[in-house]
Design a protein around this ligand. Structure first.
Ligand code: GDP
Length: 440
């Protein structure tokens, strides 16, 4: 079956995104931690693909290059856009986990507003992940402890390693649920206990679409005990950074961990994440379709939109861009001045050189004249496309906050990874439009 035919709903992203509801996110993981498998499940649950691919059979959406399939590793960052929680748009930039490609990962992570780090619950925190994590310190992160179904999986051990190696505080969003039926020789990883919403979420091993959600406060004594301990540590961690939470806990909830409402916890985690104090941690087994929907919720709930993210360091100190703290990762609100950062260049077998850009300010139109602030050269922007893994949608405009791709020979000759591109010439006495030759 051709990859293109795997698509479920190919929704268009040609319209201006609602920035508050946009998440530009990267995935970092050591090779084999389950990045491709998890991405595939995200696409499935979001309705983007109609059946789940399998990395072991080489028919996943993100591993589309023949070389990747035969070598069994993800070489190139593929990028996909999909919707979750109705109208939130998630742009996911997949990054290679192999040691040879570390620089590419770091470059991508720098222009993204947040990251999901996927760990293998057996292998724990591996060297490659530690390196990329440390080099992308500025980017807020969620951690997904995958492969909880494997023999030797250690949730607490991996969390402890995360705290020690990454030097971070963690907020456990969910913890693993193990069940043992009479036919099971050892307890089986069956789902998660959601510590924020106080739910037990169990997955049906036979049907990936079926989940059973029950109220954790009415569950058996063992689950209640875990819920209480989990919430206790979550509230204690978040309380250090959010006085409102502690006030509520002491006054309204009167010391009762279970009474702190999910909205208050969610609000605290969001604030704490943005301040980069705390890493929300979730667990699952994406291969068994366990834990991926909560992970998608966490991306929307805890990672920042472009309005809340911080700016990357641009490499051109004389850019005439004023940083407006109210605009987060957008540099200014001048519609005329378009500023882009090129973070990745790939060669596509059909379209040739493709330059991935993040728009930080203004609106870019296909055919605009642009200026590379690194080389000092002018060039013509050719076609613009938006990525959906190996399917590209041609658009006429890229809006602030968006990730898009520049295509064309003039772009290939004029732009390298790390370049800052503007659509107006930088004159000391003001901005000059490159297209109309008119002073702004
Ligand atoms: P990547 O290199 O990080 O993209 O990892 P892949 O998604 O290609 O997964 C690597 C291997 O781990 C494959 O054989 C997967 O089938 C397997 N795998 C992925 N997720 C899980 C999981 O949750 N449980 C188990 N047991 N295996 C998994």
């Amino acid at each position: 079956m051709s990859i293109a035919r795997l698509w479920g709903s190919l929704r268009s992203y040609a319209t201006k995104p609602e920035l508050r509801k946009l998440r530009n996110i990267g995935i970092i993981a050591h090779i084999d931690a389950g990045k491709t498998t998890t991405t595939e499940r995200m696409l499935y649950y979001s309705g983007k693909i109609s059946r789940i691919g399998n990395v072991d059979q080489g028919d996943t959406i993100t591993d589309f290059l023949p070389q990747e399939k035969s070598r069994g590793i993800t070489i190139q960052s593929a990028a996909v856009s999909f919707n979750w929680q109705k109208d939130h748009q998630i742009n996911l930039i997949d990054t290679p986990g192999h040691a040879d490609f570390t620089f590419e990962v770091i470059r991508s992570v720098k222009v993204l507003d947040g990251c999901v780090t996927i760990l293998d619950a057996v292998a724990g925190v591996e060297a490659q992940t530690e390196k990329v994590w440390k080099q992308s310190q500025r980017s807020p992160k969620i951690c997904f402890i995958n492969k909880m179904d494997r023999v030797g999986a250690g949730f607490s051990r991996t969390v402890k390693e995360l705290i020690a190696k990454m030097n971070t505080r963690v907020a456990l969003i969910n913890i693993p649920l193990f069940v043992q039926e009479p036919q099971d020789q050892v307890p089986r990883f069956a789902g998660v206990i959601d510590l924020v919403n106080m739910k037990v979420i169990e997955w049906d091993p036979e049907d990936c679409d079926k989940i059973n959600v029950t109220d954790a406060t009415t569950a058996g004594a063992e689950i209640q005990e875990q819920l209480l301990r989990g919430r206790e540590s979550l509230i204690e961690t978040l309380g250090e950074y959010d006085e409102n939470l502690i006030e509520f806990f002491l006054e309204e909830a009167n010391g009762d961990y279970l009474k702190v409402p999910p909205e208050l916890l969610n609000g605290s985690i969001r604030k704490a994440t943005l301040a980069k104090f705390v890493t929300p941690v979730l667990c699952g087994a994406s291969f068994r379709n366990i834990g991926v929907q909560p992970l998608l919720d966490a991306i929307v709930n805890y990672l920042p939109s472009p309005l809340e993210a911080s700016l990357p360091e641009t490499n051109h100190p004389t850019l005439p861009v004023k940083l407006d703290p109210k605009l987060g990762a957008l540099m200014n609100n001048n519609k005329n001045l378009c500023v882009l950062l090129a973070f990745k260049v790939i060669t596509d077998p059909i379209r040739g050189i493709m330059v991935f850009v993040r728009v930080y300010s203004g609106t870019l139109h296909a055919g605009n004249t642009a200026f590379n602030s690194n080389t000092g050269k002018k060039f013509k922007i050719g076609k613009l496309v938006i990525p959906h893994a190996n399917v590209y949608e041609e658009v006429s405009t890229l809006y602030p906050g968006q990730i898009g791709i520049l295509v064309g020979t003039t772009v290939a000759e004029n732009v390298s990874t790390g370049d800052t591109i503007v659509t107006h010439s930088l004159k000391k006495d003001g901005l000059r439009s490159l297209d109309s030759k008119r002073e702004l």
